[in-house]
Design a protein around this ligand. Structure first.
Ligand SMILES: Nc1ncnc2c1ncn2[C@@H]1O[C@H](COP(=O)(O)OP(=O)(O)O)[C@@H](O)[C@H]1O
Ligand SMILES: [Mg+2]
Length: 331
């Protein structure tokens, strides 16, 4: 089948004058090539498309694909991940991973928390801060944890994210608002173990691939999986499969969140233990990084013996099953 690939390359945006940190969530040619090869080895004809702009031009020129392998993160606006799937929906072209409504919601960590709590999934207590003036009204007990409401790859997360008083809270909120031009999310600090849960499949049919504990080395920041720990993961982070009771409970929280949000095909959910040792949802990655060496989902898959090409094949199978049902219903 003819498979288009949609993605956003870091270099393209560096060339346009964006800074290194601004493009941290975007992809490298290594990832594009790894996915292309995996798809080609499954017998697909692959066409590299790029991000939302080249996609829009290609669609307007009449290009069509049987399936699009979409992992475009987008660059502009808080619905940036939703732009490519929204276009593909409009043209009725099937694609991998979640739809625009899920990607727009889940990029906003505050709204995602609110929806999940309505479904009974435990999250940290939280407030969304739109301006520094709102900080004084925050009534959550310290310590608190502050991060941009809609970033990934631990952007905006450092040892300063953990705050113990209102002065520190004001400083970090002001920093997040100014640097990232978006609201700050203030949450109760979850001091316990951190897990990232790999999930394959869609909604109620999903299955947990494995639970990986994220730890810091002596050189890493101990308080959280910070931007520095993520960027220099070989020196600062440790990843270990976890199979104990707490890990199993974390997997249940992740599965409940995946189902409640209706996420599709594959992804990762981050979970941390609170002061009482209970797992709480931190965030969902419905477009999880797919760099074969450095992204958390492929690292997790490597640890459970699921090869990279098999992961890509499973994602395609899941998306194709959905596409088959859709067209089957219509005819
Ligand atoms: N409420 C919290 N309490 C403690 N640590 C947190 C909290 N929220 C996030 N973190 C830490 O910050 C990291 C990055 O936050 P996360 O929401 O996963 O952002 P990203 O999308 O950048 O991965 C997490 O992996 C975790 O270590
Ligand atoms: Mg995360």
């Amino acid at each position: 089948m003819l498979v288009g690939m949609t993605y956003d390359l870091q270099q393209e945006y560096l060339d346009r004058g964006y800074g290194k940190d601004e493009v941290a969530e975007l992809d490298s040619p290594v990832t594009v090539e790894a996915i292309r090869q995996a798809l080609a080895s499954q017998g697909h004809e692959v066409e590299l498309v790029g991000g939302v702009m080249p996609l829009a031009r290609a669609l307007a020129d009449g290009r069509r694909w049987d399936m699009v392998f979409n992992f475009a993160e987008g660059m502009r606006g808080l619905a940036r991940e939703a732009q490519v799937p929204a276009l593909l929906d409009a043209w009725d072209i099937p694609y991998t991973f979640s739809g625009p409504e899920v990607l727009a919601l889940s990029l906003h960590k505050g709204w995602t928390n609110a929806v999940l709590r309505a479904h009974g999934v435990p999250t940290a207590d939280f407030r969304i801060v739109n301006s520094v003036e709102e900080v004084d009204a925050i009534d959550l007990p310290f310590p608190l944890f502050v991060k941009p409401v809609a970033e990934g790859s631990s952007k905006g997360v450092s040892d300063k994210s953990l705050v113990k008083d209102r002065w520190e809270l004001r400083d970090i909120c002001a920093h997040v608002l100014k640097t990232f031009h978006q609201p700050a999310l203030v949450e109760t600090f979850l001091p316990g173990r951190e897990f990232t849960v790999g999930i394959l499949g869609s909604g109620p049919q999903c299955r947990v691939l494995g639970v990986m504990e994220v730890l810091a080395t002596a050189r890493g920041d101990a308080c959280a999986y910070t931007y520095a720990n993520k960027q220099e993961w070989r020196e600062r982070a440790l990843y270990e499969l976890a199979g104990d009771d707490r890990a199993a409970q974390a997997a249940e929280v992740a599965r409940a969140a995946w189902q409640a949000l209706g996420c599709l095909d594959a992804g990762r959910i981050d979970v941390r233990l609170d002061a009482q040792g209970q797992p709480r949802f931190i965030e969902v990655n419905p477009l999880a990084g797919l760099n074969p060496e450095s992204s958390d989902l492929p690292i997790l898959c490597g640890k459970i013996g699921l090869g990279y090409d098999e992961l890509i094949a499973s994602i395609m199978d899941s998306a194709m099953a959905r596409a088959g049902k859709r067209h089957g219903n219509r005819s």
